[in-house]
Write a protein that binds this ligand. Structure first.
Ligand SMILES: Cc1cc2nc3c(=O)[nH]c(=O)nc-3n(C[C@H](O)[C@H](O)[C@H](O)COP(=O)(O)OP(=O)(O)OC[C@H]3O[C@@H](n4cnc5c(N)ncnc54)[C@H](O)[C@@H]3O)c2cc1C
Length: 388
């Protein structure tokens, strides 16, 4: 279908089908699975999009996608943005393990896992970090031992986002203790609802529990769920991190033409009574850098001939993108003045409290997905080719 015909078709479909409740800011985008309730409207929007392959538009149709090339994918995103339609599905299934399975999975793994991910039936969590292995991830010590048709897993993961709500985990394990640390690692998929897995939420000072400690006590993964070769999981696991840092889904989402992009910084700025010169310069400078970032995302999508997530360059997008998110929160908070100091209590409006909490919580972006220092190391070594 030509781009124009596709645009027309999608526009009509969106106007007719996208429920009003799925437009504009509202409830969070579902992450899949059914352990966290979602509204009737969000579920309907998810099902309608899944039917057309629009939860994973660039995946092959046989795995629940719409087979869209990047040009058609961008048109879809632009048309969704035009009516302010929310993404129907997010999370680690569509963003992290799905694209990794497309690249490394067996036909059987793709057939078993991808359609369920595309329909939002399964929520996934990421078992990478351990108490002794964060930035130095290859030092991980969770052991997986082959027994018959299974792997038996013992050890501990930490900072496992959403583990308490997840159905499945993709997990880096050590399968050869004698090999050098980057070898002897395997990526396994396992169910969370089994006796050998215990999840303990970590409560933060904010009162929420976005992540957990996860313990394995003879937990079981089936041999069929080994992704890639045994002891070669480091390559697969690293590729998954590239999808996480700036997968093609993220790049395309950021770079689609801003037909109707909400811009809170400018909206709030225009509502200020007497912004001083320094602050005006700061907002202007921020907006220019953010715009340049989006244009760079767009260029990288245009230059990607195979619609594939780039390699180590994803660390550049992650580093700059996370910095912009943190800076945006700082600017918004600053615009609230002393009203931006409210964390709770009736003296502050909900929007003020939310802005303050967001400003505090977004600091995580400098650590999650690999800290800024680690991104700089990757850029230095793998992109610029500087010596170790
Ligand atoms: C919100 C959030 C969600 C997360 N979700 C998940 C998840 O779902 N699954 C999962 O597995 N993990 C998750 N993580 C963990 C995350 O990947 C790690 O926190 C991160 O990799 C850093 O590891 P660490 O916390 O052990 O810090 P450390 O590795 O101990 O690092 C401490 C400090 O030392 C610096 N440092 C370390 N090594 C170097 C070096 N070589 N050069 C320069 N500086 C260095 C780091 O930059 C950091 O500032 C999450 C983290 C956050 C904040």
């Amino acid at each position: 279908m030509t781009l124009d015909a596709f645009r027309e078709d999608v526009r009509q479909w969106l106007e007719a089908e996208c429920p009003p409740e799925a437009r504009g800011p509202g409830e969070a985008v579902p992450n899949g699975g059914n352990k966290e309730p979602i509204s009737v409207a969000a579920k309907r929007w998810l099902d309608l999009c899944a039917e057309r392959g629009f939860t994973v538009p660039n995946w092959p149709a046989e795995y629940g996608g719409a087979d869209l090339d990047m040009d058609h994918y961008l048109v879809l995103l632009e048309e969704m943005r035009r009516i302010d339609a929310r993404s129907p599905l997010g999370g680690m299934g569509v963003g992290l393990i799905g694209p990794t399975l497309l690249e490394f999975g067996t036909d059987d793994q793709k057939a078993r896992h991808l359609p369920a991910i595309a329909r939002g039936e399964i929520r996934w969590c990421q078992g990478y970090s351990e108490p002794g292995a964060g930035s130095d991830l290859a030092s991980l010590s969770t052991r997986a031992v082959e027994e018959g048709e299974q792997f038996v897993i013992n050890g501990q993961k930490i900072w496992t986002s959403g583990a308490d709500l997840a159905d499945w985990m993709f997990c880096l394990t050590r399968t050869d203790a004698d090999a050098s640390k980057h070898e002897g690692i395997s990526l396994l998929l396992l169910t969370m609802d089994q006796p050998g897995v215990t999840v303990r939420p970590i409560r933060l000072i904010s009162g929420s529990s976005p992540f957990c400690e996860t313990f394995f006590d003879n937990a079981i993964a089936q041999k069929d769920d080994l992704v890639g070769q045994k002891n070669r999981g480091w390559t697969v696991g690293k590729r998954l991190l590239q999808h996480e840092r700036s997968g093609i889904r993220i790049l395309a989402g950021g770079s689609a033409a801003p037909v109707k992009r909400r811009n809170r910084v400018l909206d709030w700025y225009h509502a200020l009574e007497n912004p001083d010169h320094d602050f005006r310069t700061r907002v202007l400078d921020f907006e220019m850098r953010r715009h340049a970032f989006r244009l760079t995302q767009r260029r990288s999508v245009d230059e990607s001939d195979s619609d594939q997530t780039p390699g180590p360059q994803t660390s550049i997008f992650e580093l700059v993108g996370s910095g912009l998110e943190i800076e945006e929160a700082e600017i918004l908070n600053e615009m609230l003045g002393f009203r931006g100091l409210g964390w709770e209590g009736i003296g502050f409006a909900a929007l003020e409290r939310d802005t303050t909490r967001h400003w505090l919580s977004i600091k995580r972006r400098a650590i999650a997905r690999g800290s800024n220092e680690i991104q700089r190391n990757i850029i230095a070594k793998r992109v610029l080719g500087l010596p170790d």
